[in-house]
Design a protein around this ligand. Sequence first.
Ligand code: 26Q
Length: 835
Amino acid sequence: MTRGYAAFPTRFPLYNAPDDLPPQYGCGPIKFNGSNNALYERHLLFDNALSPSEVGDRERYEAIARSVRDVLSQRWQQTEETYSRENPKRVYYLSMEFLIGRSLSNNILNLRLDPMARRFFAENQLDELAILAQEPDAGLGNGGLGRLAACFLDSMATMQLPGMGYGLRFEYGMFKQQIVNGWQCEQPDNWLRRPDPWEVARPQLAVTIEFGCSFEVRGGNLKATAGASTLLGIPYDRPIVGYGGKTINTLRLWASAATNSFDFQGFSAGEFVSALAERLTAETVTRVLYPDDSTSMGQGLRFVQEYFLVACSLADLVRRFRLNNSDWNCLPDKVAIQLNDTHPCLTVPELMRILLDDAGLDWELAWDITKRMLAYTNHTLLPEALEKWPLRWFELMLPRHLEIILEIDRRLREEIVTRWPEDNDRAERAGIVERGAGHLVRMAHLAIAGSHSTNGVAAIHSRLLRDVTVRDLAELYSDRFSNKTNGVTPRRWLLMSNPGLANCITNAIGDRWITNMADLELLKPLAEDGEFIAAVGMAKRQAKLRFAEWLKSQAGIQVDPDTIFDSQIKRIHEYKRQLLNGLRIVALYNRLRENPHVDMQPRTFFFAGKAAPAYQVAKLIIKFLNNLADTIDGDPAVHGRLRVVFLPEYCVSMAERLIPASDVSNQISTAGYEASGTSNMKFMMNGALTIGTRDGATIEMAEAAGEENFFLFGLTAEQVAAGRDWYNPWWHYENEPETRAVLDLILSGHFTRHEPMIVDALRNILLIGGDTYRHLADLGSYMAADLRLQSLYTKQEAWTRRAILNIASSGKFSSDRTIAEYANEIWHVSPCPVP
Ligand code: 26Q
């Protein structure tokens, strides 16, 4: 292909005969079929010591997963052996979140065992869906940032890069969402209640972490108390299977534990219970993932979690480095570390501490090595969401790190004053320690100063980051800044989740696209091919039917696949503007009520997403959407023409089903607020058309496909910024009749009959409070774009043609392209194939 982004070799030889596994799989050819399913049966009967009549789908799931793990385990070990032998430069991806979802189907697919698996399920007359559904989603993340980390691991393994993920083994992942009377309720996600066949505990590799204080849990909070303490980090490894099964990398998750199982002195003094209670405190550290509420930061336990991740991971990777290398100077030639947002940014002082105190290097050398090893990715521009930690906490818990940070800060300020002697405030603005009431450590500044690379996740975001958010520092270190537009793995998000469309594509252009998405360009001429248009149209219909069936069986909700499926699925946040979508629906509802004969395409609107438990406005938005759904459902005037569905418990597995079935993707954030977005890319690959604002990566998607194939609307980021001082939502209320009618209906209590406080809150958000996120400014152009969309939908062939042009232009948004850029421009790592 001609595209520049294919320059990195993303195409690797694959096994072409999946039935004949090469001998390196160790067990010889394993056949999941009636004649030879010994492996499966052994696991089924012996792992749980049950008789055949006692096993259920959960046991079947575990037995199949363990069989698949048997198949991959030798290859997994050979991958690590190869890395040890070849001693290549490795890359470590440090992230508080890895939103991996389910693993069984994905591992089967990446091992290319899917034809066998299909036969196995059929021949044993097993209910495939029911068995796959036994696996809980590994929900170790909030949303985009965590899912990106998971896609990156898939790409690194597929591209045979020696990469490893480091994260935390949260006992409780993202909370489970229930909707009660329209309101979100949170339930704990006890995903490890049953044994997880994918994880391998490695207690022999445990590391010891030291703190400058002790801890106790009081009132649900972690309190620092006098006296130093230690924690144990126990690694749990998960295989990351590259497509084709050649490379199997590792995701290493740390669990916290007490260093001594018993305090023997305390034990003999009769303090059996309190000795064990202390152990409980130690395990608290990795108990639960923090939901991102962007505003209520400052939880001490989160700070401890971040340090725990960093300290365990660095101890582990330094130990691995030392096995093969004696010279500390070589560290940057052998190790690249990517910091996923500021969450793991204590890496900067921790690495300095290791180099200064353990290796005995001098400051200049330690600082040079640290910067050359580290790179930082930013995922948000919201100033209130940038992490800042109280200096006091460093004093209490990490006094040595504080010394190091103060010295980094002193030197940075010196550099700034030398370069800009006239600019008196600059050192204060750009420094690491913010000297306000209660000094704070600005983690983003620490990350930028302590690394050689800072990147944003879409072109517009990288530009705004450099020119606005951290401008003072970017002027000092302009050569460190770059953009790496996000991507998603086409294995999970197209090949696995949308087999109908994937087949259709493979039939047309072969299967090279799976590892070389630039190949999708070959579909462009087929946008004029009647047969191909029909096939893609059929695939969409299939996916819609499949989703409707699943929804019926799971939730008892019936939806009509003959309506437009119009989706907005993402975390609930004011800037993402689910409320704007709600206003659009009310406008359409009004049109139908006014004139039942109006020409309007029947439509089903899907919402799904979680609100951070403490984010009251986001929870109110969920309530409003549910009320909207109920009211519209109960109104015979619009029956069969408009339907609103709020799907509870959004998760990776739900996205895998809903995205392929969607006709329309809503990406409608206030311009300048969404760093990138990644569901936008998944929708595009699956042939949904986007209605959206010029924000994040949506801008680049429209550029790739041609704006004529998108439904773009709304203020640009520049316009949003320019209007900050004078924007007035009342103007739109008073001058735009449709906007006014929408608000009047909502404020009349039509959707909230016995809940006046909801009306008050909405009035506040949209009018009295100034409409920070410009809902009213963009509603008019949203409606205009929506009309264009409806009109195109009436011409099914023209619609599908545009869907094909979108799919054909989505190659750039493969995470293989993103990883190639990181590998070439930041990490300087190359593939290390396993022979
Ligand atoms: C921070 C401190 C305390 C507790 C929680 C947090 C926290 C946790 C998660 C802060 C932020 C997050 C997650 C952010 C996130 O998902 N950002 C998204 O990242 C995607 C991948 O780059 C982008 O596509 C999205 O635009 C961005 O919103």
